[in-house]
Design a protein around this ligand. Structure first.
Ligand code: HEM
Ligand code: HEM
Length: 228
């Protein structure tokens, strides 16, 4: 599987970043909601340290992911996608990226204004606080962290729902090209002519030859026969 994305599918590095971050966000959400219910005793601190360390990992992955995106390309939108949907998806993705920074940064900020304990990254080294201790901001910082998390949950659920609609209603392969493995030709692209259909005209041929599906078929003859 190629490392870089191409016109038809996401590369293995973009896929790894995407699904690793999804997994870590789910772990973080469950862990965060669980740990705040625990009695504030030294025996609970292990969960807090784990939560903060995984959170800093998500922040690091968000930086690396955006840096990689500057070198990588985005696959093209399926031909059937209306322009307004493309713009909506771009805005949604931009918001998700912003929240991937804002949620861990707000946690780091909350940890800094409370300044109860040093922040050790998986017990390996200390991460400095980003601001000075400020008890007046403690409640505000905690609520900011919590509300940004719930905003991320809402936006991510809408995003996942749209991915499923594209995949199973529009059948345009949007989800397949983000899943591990090689994506097939886009289902929404014009099909290759069969014997019962009228022969395409020269102008129809020119259109078909310019579609993403046609270029996959041209580059990879095995793609003509799904059983090959
Ligand atoms: C993607 C990253 C993160 C997610 C999804 C996340 C999510 C959460 C959630 C759901 C809670 C429970 C909120 C509540 O119900 O009060 C929480 C609490 C907390 N988070 Fe995070 N968090 C992340 C990153 C971080 C980071 C990087 C830090 C610190 C460096 C941090 C520090 C805390 C602390 C100290 C609490 C406890 C707040 C309290 O005592 O009420 N979090 N987080
Ligand atoms: C915490 C949860 C999630 C976050 C933060 C997230 C974030 C993102 C971001 C930022 C992108 C844009 C990538 C780019 O343009 O560089 C993206 C793409 C994508 N995500 Fe997610 N995602 C999440 C969950 C999911 C889930 C659960 C699904 C599937 C059900 C999903 C399916 C997809 C697909 C198919 C794409 C590619 C869209 C396209 O090719 O236009 N995501 N995601």
């Amino acid at each position: 599987m190629p490392l870089k994305s191409d016109a038809h599918q996401w590369g293995s590095l973009a896929k790894t970043f995407h699904w690793l971050v999804v997994l870590l966000i789910i772990v973080q959400g469950v862990l965060g909601l669980y740990m705040v219910e625990l009695p504030k005793r030294p025996s609970s601190f292990w969960y807090y340290n784990l939560h903060k360390s995984i959170g800093m990992t998500v922040l690091t992955l968000a930086v690396l992911r955006l840096a990689w995106r500057a070198f990588d390309r985005r696959p093209e939108e399926p031909a059937s996608t209306p322009h307004w949907q493309t713009l909506g998806a771009r805005a949604g993705h931009a918001l998700l990226y912003a929240l991937l920074f804002a949620v861990p940064l707000s946690g780091w900020w909350f940890d800094s204004v409370t300044a109860l304990r040093p922040l050790y990254f998986f017990g390996l080294f200390e991460i400095p606080h980003i601001t000075a201790a400020n008890p007046d901001l403690k409640d505000f910082a905690r609520e900011t962290h919590e509300w940004l998390f719930w905003l991320l949950v809402v936006v991510a659920c809408g995003h996942a729902a749209m991915a499923l609609v594209h995949q199973f209603v529009n059948r345009d392969g949007t989800l397949s090209r983000m899943l591990p493995g090689r994506a097939r030709a886009l289902a929404s692209a014009p099909a290759v002519a069969t014997s019962v259909e009228p022969a395409p005209t020269a102008s129809e041929n020119a259109h078909v030859e310019n579609t993403p599906a046609a270029s996959i078929l041209a580059a990879d003859p095995a793609a003509r026969d799904p059983g090959a």
